[in-house]
Design a protein around this ligand. Structure first.
Ligand code: NAD
Length: 477
């Protein structure tokens, strides 16, 4: 089945896009045409922003009660729940996420996230009485949402739902690699019949994204993507004092303690390091191993990695699918060469094609003899590539974990959970796991340092889309 959209949903109606250019999506596994959508350009963004501004300034949405906004969004949640298999399958076809992860993290996950966000919206104290003042959370205004291709629905819905529930109006600019699942969401938004201008979806590339960031009527930009683009967005927003929140890259360290069960650690890191083909901002790609147990830990990683099934992402047995595109595959592959040139050793995997597969595949790779100052230990590779780095004692492990420009995730693997918690408190990352790494939607998610500014998930996500307003001299009720 080829998924095709000819029009864009903005301003509350389906409209002819400004350009006749299209985004065609081909399978990264076998190059078949998955579908196509209009390529949104700056003119479409301008039109959507104008509608969003009118909806914010003059429409009912920001003035409705939170309960009414929850009710207005309920049809989207319900309809999404009926299309989970379709959404997982589509995302797997678009960007190669293996079906086991797609079903869990690309469809069921975002569906649960929407439900949790609605729940938090009903519980949040939107207004507080303090003496003769009221402190209220007012909506931040018109929001521009810009998202990547690796977890497309999670990254959209972690912004769109809190923004809308807070009373903002929003324009979503999904990644050009994954316009199709975004258009499914556009269908659901259209069917929900929200007031005109409240929400629009405009698939597009850098031009459309830049227009959204620099548009004077966009009050807040909520972005997930690379740290390089995030810095540019922060500069642009800073120059006009627009709000922005940024969910950026990572290079998370997994600290394996002296007392850890190697079998349980490696099983846990099979998920935490290789989830979504390693195309995950939170992938635990630096494994810090105590020197005394280094060889034993490497052997266990090598055995686990050799056992990973690489292939057609639609096959339920596949653990690792293809990289999203030929260009991204080349980028990941270039790091395999970089690692070798820096003097690291390929313990399993390494450069070259995956036998029998013609798509954008990478051999899952474990590097050993890695120093933390090597590029393969400092830069985000965004593929199934991990580095095992030796350490000498807990303080050294913490030092190495913190010796990174990034600060998104991390984990510790130990039989002594109290010691694990002590290590967690010393690592400067926004999220951290003890004997697992699996972010829950109840707790705020985001990064320290170059991994970003702001938080998603939890009630904190709603707060990100509000401005505090203090009203003085309020008469007693
Ligand atoms: P990217 O930065 O290249 O692109 C992200 C989005 O920004 C896309 O929609 C793209 O079209 C748009 N864009 C690109 N240049 C722009 C510009 N100058 N102005 C406005 N928009 C622009 O990232 P990517 O390759 O799509 O995604 C991978 C990155 O996303 C990785 O670094 C990963 O770690 C990060 N990521 C972070 C999180 C998180 O929650 N912290 C989650 C997922 C992905």
């Amino acid at each position: 089945m080829v998924h095709t959209w000819d029009r864009l949903h903005l301003g509350g109606e389906w409209v002819t896009p400004a350009s006749s250019e299209r985004l065609e999506v081909r399978s990264p596994h076998d190059d078949h045409v998955v579908g196509s959508a209009p390529l949104g350009i700056a003119a479409d963004v301008d039109r959507a922003v104008a509608a969003a501004k009118t909806a914010f300034d003059d429409g009912p949405w920001p003035r409705m009660s939170v309960a009414d906004r929850c009710a207005a969004l309920a049809p989207i949640v319900a309809a999404y729940g009926e299309r989970l298999t379709e959404i997982s399958t589509l995302i797997t076809a678009e960007m190669g996420s293996p079906y086991w992860f797609s079903n869990l993290g690309q469809a069921n996950g975002p569906h649960f996230l929407m439900q949790q966000t609605v729940q938090f919206a009903t519980e949040l104290e939107w207004e507080q009485r303090r003496g003769s003042s009221i402190v209220r959370r007012a909506p931040a205004g018109v929001v521009g949402i810009i998202t990547p291709w690796n977890v497309p629905q999670v990254t959209i819905l972690a912004k769109l739902f809190p923004a809308l529930l807070a009373g903002c109006t929003a324009i979503v600019k999904p990644a050009p690699e994954t316009p199709l699942d975004a258009m499914v969401l556009a269908d659901l938004i259209a069917d929900a019949d929200l007031p005109p201008g409240v929400a629009a979806v405009i698939p597009g590339g850098t031009d459309a994204g830049q227009r959204l960031v620099t548009h004077p009527d966009v009050d807040k930009v909520a972005f997930t993507g690379s740290s390089a683009v995030g810095k540019w967005i922060a500069e642009q927003c800073g120059s006009r004092l627009a709000r922005c929140s940024l969910e950026l890259g990572g290079k998370s360290a997994a600290i394996v303690c002296e007392d850890a069960s190697v079998a349980r650690t490696v099983e846990g890191l099979k998920f935490a390091s290789f989830l979504n083909n390693g195309e995950a901002c939170v992938a635990q790609t630096r494994v810090l191993a105590p020197r005394a147990r280094y060889d034993e830990i490497v052997d266990a990683f090598v055995a686990m990695t050799q056992g990973l099934v690489v292939g057609d992402p639609e096959d339920p047995d596949t653990y690792i699918g293809p990289m999203v595109s030929a260009r991204h595959r080349e980028r990941v592959h270039s790091y395999l060469e970089v690692g070798l040139s820096e003097g690291a050793t390929v313990a399993v995997g390494g450069p070259g094609a995956v036998e029998g597969l013609s798509g954008h595949y990478i051999r899952p790779t474990v590097f050993t003899n890695v120093r933390n100052d090597m590029r393969i230990a400092q830069e985000e590779i965004f593929g199934p590539v991990i580095a095992v780095i030796p350490y000498d004692g807990p303080a050294d492990a913490v030092r190495l974990a913190n010796d990174s420009a990034y600060g998104l995730g991390g984990s510790v693997w130990t039989k002594d959970k109290a010691a694990g918690l002590e290590i967690a408190r010393q690592v400067r990352t926004g999220t951290f796991g003890i004997n697992s790494y699996a972010p829950g939607f109840e707790a705020p998610f985001g990064g320290f340092k170059s991994s970003g500014i702001g938080r998603e998930y939890g009630p904190e996500a709603l707060e990100e889309f509000t401005e505090l307003q203090s009203i003085y001299g309020v008469p007693e009720a």
